[in-house]
Structures are given as C-alpha cells and as structure tokens.
Design a protein around this ligand. Structure first.
Ligand SMILES: [Zn+2]
Length: 329
C-alpha cells in the first residue's frame, strides 16, 4: 500500500489501538508502562503490560508479547500479511486522507484525457490551467478508480466503506468533475459535479469539510461567499481571491463558525434563481450572521444568474466590482 510497517505503527500507536478496542489500562509506576487485564486470555488480576514508549506489550499470564502487528495476529487470528491489511483498513477508516488523496490524484491525472471534461470546464468559463491545478480539479470517468486503488493494495471492502465504490462494486463517481473537500488541510470528502444527465451534485458519505480555501480566504477583512465551486473558480480567475464556497446554500455548523471567527464583512453571492430559493437562503444566513456581529451584504446579480453564469455570459471584473459596491446591507 505504499506505506511501510514502521510508518503504520507510528501512525497507530499500540496503546491507542488497544484503547480503541476498549482495553482499560492503568499507569504502572512513573514510567511509560500501563497495565490491565489481558485481552488474549481470561484473567481476573491484571498481568498485561504495555510499554507506550517502545510500542510493545507483554503478558505475564499467558507469556505472549510483541508489537501491534503481533497483537492483531493473536487477537484477530490473522496471518502477518492479513494483520497488516486489517490495520491499514482500520487506520484508513479513522482518517481517510491518504486514500482520498490517492483518489483525487488519480482523478486529476484523468482530466487531460477526456475531451468531454475539458469541454465542460470551458463551458463553465474555467480557462486557466494553473487554476485547475490549484483547485485540484479532477475528472471521474467512472469504471477505472476501483481497479487503480485495488492495484495500490486497498481492499474492496475499504473502498466500499468509504463510499468510493458503491455496494454493487462500481465507482461511485461517474462522469463528474471532482474537487477535494478539506478540513484542517486533510482531505475528508470528494465533491463530484455531473457533466452529464445524472443529479448535479454528489458527495461521498460523511462531512463536507471546511469552507473552501479558508486558510487563505479567512485572512481577508471581507470575504465573498458563493454556493458553487464554479462560481468560486471564475471569481478567482477574475482576480477576486477573497472568495470562499460552502458547496450548497446550507452551511455546516463548522462552516458557519468559520465565517464568524473574527469581525468581518461577508458578501453573500448566491444564485438569483426563479424560485427565489438562493436569495431566501442568503437572507436567512445574513440574519444569523448579523446576530453574531458579522456585517453582511447581499450581492444582487441580474435575475436568473449565479456568479458563474454572470462571467460566462460576458460579465467582467469591473462589473462585478460595481455589484459588490452596490450590495445592500
Ligand atoms: Zn495474557
């Protein structure tokens, strides 16, 4: 799986693993040793010792001892090889960053090979290759991720449990442009935008992560919040770097907290759609933000527009700047 044994053992310390398995240990003296009941044989008085510094265990009752892998071999009745796979699975489920990073890198490599994906980007006004790289935009053609990740040593069961592969065993993302969703700079999800007839928006199971690029955007005294990644992409391309995106009009509580993490002005530039849902969401959000002491302004795009279509249909940076300046409180 491209990761050696020592790295795995470092990432998943023996004591942490045992505690995840509900082992209860007390400190034995002042040193790095913990003692508790042995998980490998029945006993009533604790004789199972764990040295947290050396990452080793020893039981004075049954005489078994060793490292994390040895413990998994004995407790799960697995071979050495199987124990490794088991542990890699456990650690990937707890933190899918490494796996999702592989998937995202694979999708980014695919982008250049599929003209339909290129055409779609063009239609959405995304022209700058540097921006495509910066946003880590990839393409999921469907039908090739599973093979790629199995070849890397990931198990099909793990791919199913993270949702990259559906219960039928097929790639979950199919004919979609893919953006990684991050939290504290780790990838926690993938967002797929359909370029065909399937439902437009799709995430893997789990949280959608932070506001996009919040580490940099959050430094600005005023920020522009948009709904969609292609809104963000064209605005960044036009030089508005203080734009972030919530991937939908509904903000998670973490995303809401991020907007409120210091005094600032938030420009809400949601869709101006016919049924008014974008603007209703913007109004409701503005109300909640003001209650937290945040200044809000609503960017009034022409009817039927979102920031992406505004630029795609000929709007330019100067015109958008005037809309910002005219945005009512
Ligand atoms: Zn024992």
């Amino acid at each position: 799986m491209g990761e050696d044994l020592e790295q795995l053992k470092q990432r998943l310390p023996l004591l942490d693993y045992l505690r995840q398995q509900n082992w209860i240990g007390q400190r034995a003296g002042q040193g790095p040793e913990f003692v508790g009941l042995c998980p490998l044989h029945p006993e009533t008085r604790p004789s199972f010792y764990v040295n947290a510094r050396k990452n080793l265990f020893y039981c004075h009752g049954c005489g078994q001892g060793g490292d994390l892998i040895r413990f998994v071999e004995l407790s799960q009745h697995l071979s050495f090889r199987q124990s490794l796979t088991f542990l890699e699975q456990q650690s990937a489920l707890a933190d899918p960053d490494a796996l999702l990073r592989q998937a995202s890198a694979f999708y980014q490599q695919q982008l250049d090979h599929y003209p339909e994906a290129q055409r779609y980007l063009e239609q959405r006004g995304v022209r700058d290759p540097a921006l495509v790289g910066e946003l880590q935009i990839g393409y999921a053609p469907g039908g090739s991720l599973r093979r790629h990740l199995l070849a890397q040593g990931y198990s099909l069961d793990l791919l199913r449990r993270t949702g990259l592969v559906n219960p039928q065993g097929n790639d979950a993302l199919y004919q979609r442009l893919v953006f990684p969703c991050c939290q504290d700079s780790r990838i926690v999800n993938l967002y797929g935008r359909s370029i065909a007839t399937a439902f437009a928006h799709r995430f893997l199971p789990g949280a959608k992560g932070d506001l996009v690029a919040w580490e940099s955007v959050g430094q600005f005294p005023s920020v522009i919040l948009v709904e969609g990644m292609f809104d963000l992409a064209v605005l960044w391309q036009a030089g508005f770097r203080h734009v972030t995106c919530s991937l939908g009009t509904h903000l998670t509580s973490d995303q809401f907290r991020q907007l409120c993490d210091r005094p600032r002005t938030v420009y809400l530039s949601f869709d101006v759609d016919a049924n008014g849902s974008g603007q209703q969401a913007a109004q409701a959000l503005a109300h909640r933000l003001r209650a937290q002491g945040i200044t809000t302004r609503r960017v009034l795009l022409p009817p039927g527009h979102d920031p992406n279509s505004f630029f795609v249909q000929g709007g330019d940076a100067r015109q958008f700047q005037s809309l910002l300046e005219a945005a009512p409180l």
